[in-house]
Design a protein around this ligand. Structure first.
Ligand code: HPA
Length: 276
């Protein structure tokens, strides 16, 4: 569990650097960082300067927090996230979510690149996350529960908020953007899965597989935030096609899809309801 004092220190630092009070936070996945360029009047903070934040060394992750306006809405955007396979603890990975909670942010949009497990998907598809499976066997809520942050046993029946999923589907339809939907399965990485593992995940009901998103979503759920998850299917999971998998393929596909992805997320943000 995170130290409450550390969360407050990060919050105070951010508030000392910007006057914007955001309603929605966005986490950008591998190769999807260009949305940051659309943020207007942005205060840009390096993760290194924010107390208790860590930074990611992975290619495609820039380690900057943007606070500003996107399509008329006040947002905080993480360009770059932390992964379990980098050796970070789950507390470190999910610390930003606690800071967003402390800042009063109501909505979290999590994005990622993922491998397509559902054989009807194709690389370049976007998938609305309806639910997830945690295959890593660890959980960021393990440890003493701080009641100021959330309850001991959070309900997980609607982790990905229905009204945000409906909004995403409506916006995608309006924009003529095909949007798959399905279950995201979290694996630790960094090695890609074996064909036998993918077969098992498919039998379990997984539609896509990836190495992120679930820890942040669990903490957002504990925090009482609304969560929307969108995966960019950057490749077919191993064993679907007769070809080896590489991180380069992931980045090449996200490079192609990023404009559509960015315009979809922009419109969702524009239409998201906020309580203010
Ligand atoms: N497996 C796991 N993580 C991923 C994949 C994959 O096929 N593609 C992008 N992230």
């Amino acid at each position: 569990m995170h130290e409450y004092q550390q969360i407050m220190e990060a919050k105070e630092y951010i508030l000392s650097k910007t006057t914007v009070v955001a309603d929605t936070a966005i986490i950008l996945g591998s190769g999807l960082g260009t949305l940051a360029q659309k943020v207007q009047d942005a205060s840009v903070l390096s993760y290194r300067d924010i107390p208790h934040f860590c930074s990611s060394e992975v290619e495609g992750h820039a380690n900057r927090l943007f606070i500003g306006m996107l399509n008329g809405k006040q947002i905080v955007l993480m360009q770059g996230r932390f992964h379990f396979y980098e050796g970070y603890t789950l507390d470190e990975i999910t610390f930003p979510i606690r800071v967003f909670q402390a800042l009063g942010i109501q909505n979290l949009i999590v994005t990622n690149a993922a491998g397509g497990v559902n054989e009807t998907f194709k690389p370049g598809d976007l998938m609305l996350i309806e639910d997830h499976i945690n295959m890593v066997g660890v959980n960021p809520l393990i440890g003493k529960n701080d009641e100021r942050l959330g309850v001991r046993f959070p309900d997980a029946s609607h982790v990905y908020t229905r009204k945000l999923r409906e909004l995403a589907q409506r916006v995608a339809k309006d924009m003529n953007i095909p949007l798959q939907k399905g279950v995201y399965c979290w694996t630790s990485g960094p090695i890609f899965e074996t064909p036998a593992e993918i077969k098992m995940y498919r039998m379990m009901g997984a539609s896509a597989v990836g190495m992120s998103t679930v820890p942040e979503t669990i903490v957002a759920c504990h925090s009482g935030m609304n969560v929307l998850g969108i995966s960019c299917i950057s490749n077919m999971a191993v064993g679907v096609l007769e070809q080896p998998l590489s991180m380069q393929e992931v980045l090449d596909t996200t490079e192609h899809i990023k404009e559509i992805f960015v315009s979809l997320v922009e419109r969702i943000v524009e239409e998201i309801e906020t309580e203010k």
